[in-house]
Design a protein around this ligand. Structure first.
Ligand SMILES: C[S@@+](CC[C@H](N)C(=O)[O-])C[C@H]1O[C@@H](n2cnc3c(N)ncnc32)[C@H](O)[C@@H]1O
Length: 297
């Protein structure tokens, strides 16, 4: 195992978050258990929370990234950080992908994906750094995992080196002109923070997502230079604010069951983290990048 060089959150830190309980997450995520920012309809009414269905907005997001990566009908697709398997299911079930591989560091996520018996899909509890496929991939998609690839407190140069390692692996695995569809939280442009904001962000880093640090957009782009061209890029902070608001509403609707499953302290922590996230995306302390990258040759 080559993780000596690994600069991201450890498997223990990842499990601290994702292994809380599958039933707990099932109470407030949508039916596909997608745990990343959705893509709401651009009409405005959805973003304003007047209408909109979370499951449909999650499916729209998966479709956007599948199309961006040109994964439809592909032979082999890699999902780095596959969560509870919603993308894998869509790739093989709807988009005719012949073989999908999902990587996660969470045992409970892997158990659930295995139990749901998604066709032509391999699920591995494995760090991307240790992944050694016997064949390459036609497309790579990674949604909401990049935030864990550099641990808290590294310098900008160290973070870029850690991210570059990821892009080098992807480069190795993809054919010429192969694509990555990457979705990640990014630091926002609003760096003016009062003490309460700093405290809330520290609470998220220390209690909710230990050992993880959100990248700056420039770090993502710089670390992919000379390996990948940016094909398209959108920043959707309002979409994440709206998604977190929806998750919080569902958690509060199911509060009693959530406390029974995971305890009062955990539920209060999640209410605080989701509430803070609604505000920080809205205030532009955080952003949400969806980037399509293409290997040059
Ligand atoms: C926020 S979840 C997103 C899950 C899924 N992509 C979704 O949209 O619902 C982040 C995922 O990244 C995985 N992850 C984090 N760091 C990883 C690493 N170094 N190697 C493989 N998976 C990793 C976690 O185990 C988890 O499955």
């Amino acid at each position: 195992m080559s993780t000596a060089a690994y600069q991201g959150a450890t498997a223990e830190a990842i499990r601290h978050h994702y292994d809380v309980s599958n039933d707990f997450y099932g109470l407030w995520l949508d039916g596909s258990l997608t745990y990343t920012c959705a893509l709401w309809d651009e009409s405005g009414a959805e973003l304003a929370g007047i209408q909109g269905d979370l499951e449909a907005a999650q499916a729209r997001k998966l479709d956007y990234l599948i199309e961006g990566a040109r994964a439809a009908g592909a032979g082999r697709v890699l999902d780095v950080g596959c969560g509870w398997g919603s993308l894998l299911k869509r790739l093989t079930g709807i988009y005719g992908v012949r073989h999908a591989t999902g990587l996660t560091l969470s045992d409970s996520q892997a158990e659930l994906v295995r139990a749901s018996g998604i066709a032509r899909t391999e699920i591995r509890v494995e760090n991307w750094l240790d992944h050694e496929p016997t064949e390459g991939y036609d497309a790579i998609i990674s949604i909401g995992a990049f935030e864990h690839f550099a641990k808290t407190g590294l310098t900008r140069a160290e973070r870029i080196a850690a991210y570059r390692e990821f892009f080098e692996r992807c480069y190795e695995w993809l054919p010429s002109h192969g694509r990555i569809a990457l979705q990640t939280n990014i630091k926002g442009n609003n760096t003016v923070m009062d003490k309460a904001t700093v405290r809330e962000l520290m609470f998220i880093i220390e209690t909710i997502f230990p050992e993880s640090e959100i990248p700056a957009l420039s770090e993502v782009v710089e670390s992919s230079e000379k390996l990948f061209d940016v094909v398209s890029l959108r920043n959707d902070p309002d979409h994440y604010s709206r998604t977190c608001g929806e998750w919080l509403r569902r958690l509060q609707e199911n509060r009693e069951a959530a406390v029974r499953i995971s305890g009062e302290e955990n539920v209060v922590n999640y209410e605080n983290y989701l509430g803070a996230s609604v505000r920080h995306f809205k205030n532009r302390h955080l952003g949400l990048a969806r980037i399509i990258l293409e290997k040059g040759r």
